[in-house]
Design a protein around this ligand. Structure first.
Ligand SMILES: N[C@@H](CCC(=O)N[C@@H](CS)C(=O)NCC(=O)O)C(=O)O
Length: 219
């Protein structure tokens, strides 16, 4: 019975689920869908994911969507290397951080990156500057957590890290591929924005199996 994931290259939600599997050292098969060809809206895919979103994860009779639900399922199904901690206190803290990141970081990230990646924005308009300030304030929150612990989930990687990492790495990617507009928005490079976040990215990237979760089109 194999573990399978349906994903789109560079999409943060399926990347979270893949990171959960990587943190646990699980093997899985990847079905890479083409967003350009709308494969996530094909009749065949809608059978397993009626909303036509990614991720979908399947193992045997279990078919799941929603990245956070997938992380919770992974933790019950494969309890080694827990994503949500080992004690009631740790579980609550990790859930709180995971949901807070989920509630704020994706929107703050896409407020800056969507105009740049998808609409070719190259001017620091007032709207983009406001979006950048909002993003920097979310990054400052992550910096505050990482000043005290190695990972957002505590002393080992977990759900909060799996949810935050794709967004932070997409921001870093934009700094590399669109430096002029990112600099104009005060987002020059990650080390300048936050040494703590930079070190955390390095720690996550050094973990076994994490490299395999990266968007194939970045290679
Ligand atoms: N809350 C969902 C979000 C799923 C989602 O919207 N995924 C995006 C990619 S990151 C997607 O499939 N977008 C295509 C669409 O909505 O048509 C989760 O965490 O899994």
């Amino acid at each position: 019975m194999s573990l399978e994931i349906w994903t789109v290259s560079g999409a943060p939600s399926p990347w979270r689920a893949a990171l959960g599997m990587a943190f646990k050292g699980l093997d899985y098969d990847v079905h890479l869908l083409s967003a350009a060809q709308k494969e996530h809206k094909s009749e065949a895919y809608l059978v397993i994911n009626p909303r036509g979103t990614v991720p979908t994860v399947k193992e045997g009779d279990t078919t799941l969507s929603q990245s956070i639900a997938i992380l919770a399922w992974l933790d019950r199904k494969y309890p080694d290397a827990p994503l949500f901690g080992g004690t009631p206190h740790d579980a609550a803290l990790i859930w709180q951080r995971t949901m807070e990141i989920f509630d704020y970081l994706p929107d703050a990230t896409s407020g800056v990156l969507s105009p740049i990646f998808f609409q070719g924005a190259d001017q620091a308009t007032d709207d983009l500057k406001a979006a950048s300030e909002r993003l920097q304030s979310e990054l400052a929150r992550l910096t505050g957590i990482l000043a005290d612990t190695l990972f957002l989930s505590g002393e080992r990687p977990g759900a909060a890290d799996a949810v935050a990492f794709p967004h932070v790495r997409l921001i870093q990617r934009a700094m590399e591929t669109n430096p002029t507009i990112m600099q104009a928005l005060g987002l020059t490079d990650l080390a300048t924005v936050s040494p703590e976040i930079t070190d955390w990215v390095g720690r996550i990237e050094a973990l076994p199996n994490v490299a395999a979760t990266f968007p194939p089109h970045w290679a």
